[in-house]
Design a protein around this ligand. Structure first.
Ligand SMILES: C[S@@+](CC[C@H](N)C(=O)[O-])C[C@H]1O[C@@H](n2cnc3c(N)ncnc32)[C@H](O)[C@@H]1O
Length: 254
């Protein structure tokens, strides 16, 4: 495997399978697969290193995102690359009328999610345009999903975005959340990806620091987060990319 291309679904899936077959208990928790493995038996989350890999307390973030998305009330949600399901659980709490499915290629993560988050459904499988349909969703959320956050391959990301959009119901939304300053991500190639997909609409929003969004009105939290990012250099304000089909309100071409 080209180690620079570890993030490709087929490579990551193979690495995950090999890890489960061969890893020792001493493997480093800097590997998300080791953290997921430890989650299955550990009583204390802090000993598993899971916070290095998953947002284990994402409710305020997810609620701020839901406010930004406004009146859009999805009834079916996919959380792509859900890890151990903390974001999936937060989505289920934020959208109580929706069915929520979390999918991740890491089997240990999905075993933990299934055991701990009964309010959602989970599936262990790699997500890839090559691996077929996932279902039909009103909203697909990608929180720090490697196909968008670990490479700057325009063709790959375009193919992935088109694939996700093909799994949306009419008027559906693909919502991508990532760390803006990540130079090896969709953020870096955003203009090229947009230019290559004229059939799609892109919206860019700013999500505020969850700490501010729980205490202040959303607009004020956003303004202060942007200011704090500019002054302090720390990444308080994060981007949210929302992708829809161009013809909102029409059904998909057959
Ligand atoms: C950084 S973690 C983020 C987990 C979670 N979304 C969160 O924000 O807490 C990225 C997750 O994406 C999963 N992942 C990456 N590429 C994937 C793919 N092609 N199909 C399914 N899962 C994938 C990894 O196994 C990992 O659990």
């Amino acid at each position: 495997m080209n180690s620079k291309e570890w993030w490709r679904p087929e490579n990551l899936h193979r690495a995950e399978q090999e890890f489960r077959e061969e890893s020792s208990d001493e493997a480093s928790i800097s590997s998300d697969f080791q953290s997921y493995k430890l989650l299955r038996t550990a009583q204390d989350l802090s000993l598993t290193g899971i916070t290095l890999h998953n947002d284990v307390d994402p409710l305020a973030k997810v609620q701020a995102i839901a406010k930004l998305l406004g009146h859009h009330q999805p009834r079916s949600i996919l959380d792509a690359g859900c890890g151990a399901g903390f974001t999936t659980k937060a989505l289920a709490a934020t959208y109580p009328d929706a069915t929520v499915l979390g999918v991740d290629l890491a089997e240990d993560a999905i075993a933990y999610a299934t055991a701990h988050h009964p309010e959602a459904k989970f599936q262990a499988r790699p997500i890839s345009p090559a691996s077929g349909a996932l279902g039909e969703f009103d909203t697909i959320f990608c929180f720090e999903f490697y196909p968008f956050t670990r490479n700057v391959d325009v063709d790959f990301q375009v193919e992935f975005i088109r694939y996700f959009v093909s799994q949306l119901n009419p008027n559906g939304r693909l919502v991508i959340y990532q760390t803006w300053k990540n130079k090896n991500s969709l953020a870096k190639i955003f203009d090229e990806v947009k230019a290559a997909t004229p059939e799609l609409n892109y919206g860019m929003m700013t999500t505020p620091s969850p700490r501010l969004s729980t205490r202040l009105p959303l607009r004020l939290a956003i303004a202060l987060s942007i200011l704090a990012s500019r002054i302090g250099g720390r990444d308080w304000a994060k981007p949210l990319i929302v992708v829809t089909e161009n013809k909102i309100g029409t059904t998909k071409a057959t």
